[in-house]
Design a protein around this ligand. Structure first.
Ligand SMILES: NC(=O)C1=CN([C@@H]2O[C@H](COP(=O)(O)OP(=O)(O)OC[C@H]3O[C@@H](n4cnc5c(N)ncnc54)[C@H](OP(=O)(O)O)[C@@H]3O)[C@@H](O)[C@H]2O)C=CC1
Ligand SMILES: Nc1nc(=O)c2c([nH]1)NC[C@@H]1CN(c3ccc(C(=O)N[C@@H](CCC(=O)O)C(=O)O)cc3)C=[N+]21
Length: 283
């Protein structure tokens, strides 16, 4: 078997065109969706992601701004910035780029964001709504992954989904969304003892570890769908995922590449959430 590649970049281009039409209509009604991204410090990767979010927003007609704060900013100062944005009617979406410097407790920041403006879908209220199957702003990477599966009509119900990684932003919520669509979900992590035995049972394998080549054909059941979330920058500057792509291609039915896979879909989900927040659909 040779896997079909799910091109996240192409899908994202198509979805952005659809969103642009919707934003054009909203603008005619004098509603200009607006996203504010807060960037703390000078991490080059964060800066590049944030610029990517701004560029994508412009492509669909979402107005966006980046608020830059120094690496030394205190938690109190950052909370002040969030408070102002919460109270600014023209701001529909607020995203605080992670990671944050160590003097700041991430949970305090996420909890300070108005859940109706939490376009990352990280606020405990939004996570709780997701867990109970209510309509809300969903975490961007997991929602992007579900959109990729739906785009290929890959059935989820009754399938065994194995998720490697249990972070609050990727692993846990992607498992929850798959469960909501009636998959049987297994979570693996750094303390999992028999990783290969578990991954070989997966009909859908989601890999979100952050280390190159943790998965190859030996870990994959023939015909499985393999979703590679990892973004690893190699010494020569190239990007690679967590999955040995050439090897996995031989066993999988579908596979997502890195780059041009899950990454662009994360940004597409962010735009989707910003439009949803602007329309006031989140109570
Ligand atoms: N494409 C995209 O849009 C996005 C990509 N990413 C990328 O996805 C990757 C994961 O991100 P994130 O979830 O934030 O990372 P974290 O570092 O928060 O989580 C990594 C997870 O992998 C688990 N893990 C580590 N080593 C192993 C191992 N040897 N075997 C099994 N599990 C292991 C950890 O286990 P434990 O919990 O026990 O420590 C942890 O749960 C990164 O490469 C990141 O850059 C992230 C966000 C968006
Ligand atoms: N509050 C917050 N929300 C996030 O959503 C968030 C975050 N913090 N911190 C970091 C991670 C990482 N992340 C990515 C988004 C897009 C690509 C992406 O578009 N990648 C392109 C390549 C881009 C390149 O070439 O650098 C691709 O995979 O094709 C990657 C990674 C969002 N994150």
């Amino acid at each position: 078997m040779v896997a079909e590649v799910i091109n996240g970049k192409e899908l994202s281009t198509k979805l952005k065109e659809e969103m642009k039409q919707e934003v054009d209509l909203l603008r005619k009604q004098n509603l200009v969706p607006h996203l504010t991204v807060v960037l703390v410090g000078n991490n080059p990767a964060s800066r590049s992601y944030v610029n990517g979010k701004k560029r994508a927003s412009e492509e669909v007609g979402i107005s966006s701004e980046i608020i830059e704060l120094p690496e030394t900013v205190s938690e109190e100062e950052l909370l002040d910035v969030i408070d102002k944005l919460n109270n600014e009617d023209a701001v529909h979406g607020i995203l605080v780029q992670l990671p944050l410097p160590k003097q700041i407790t991430v949970a305090h920041i996420i909890e300070a964001i108005d859940p109706r403006k939490d376009v990352d879908g990280f606020h405990p209220i939004n996570i709780g709504k997701m867990m109970t199957g209510q309509d809300t702003l969903l975490p961007c990477t997991p929602y992007g992954i579900l959109t990729m599966l739906h785009s290929k009509n890959i059935s989820i119900e009754g399938k065994h989904a194995v998720v490697i990684g249990r972070s609050n932003i990727v692993g846990k919520p992607v498992g929850q969304l798959l469960l909501n669509e009636n998959a049987t979900v297994t979570y693996c992590h750094s303390r999992t003892k028999n990783l290969k035995e578990l991954t070989k049972q997966a009909d859908i394998l989601v890999v979100a570890v952050g280390r190159p080549n943790v998965i190859n054909e030996e870990y994959i059941k023939s015909g499985a769908v393999v979703i590679d979330v990892g973004i690893n920058r190699l010494e020569d500057g190239t990007l690679t995922g967590d999955v040995d792509f050439q090897s996995a291609m031989k066993k999988a039915s579908y596979i997502t590449p890195v780059p041009r896979g899950v990454g662009p879909m994360t940004i597409t989900s962010l735009l989707h959430n910003t439009i949803k927040a602007a329309k006031g659909l989140i109570k």
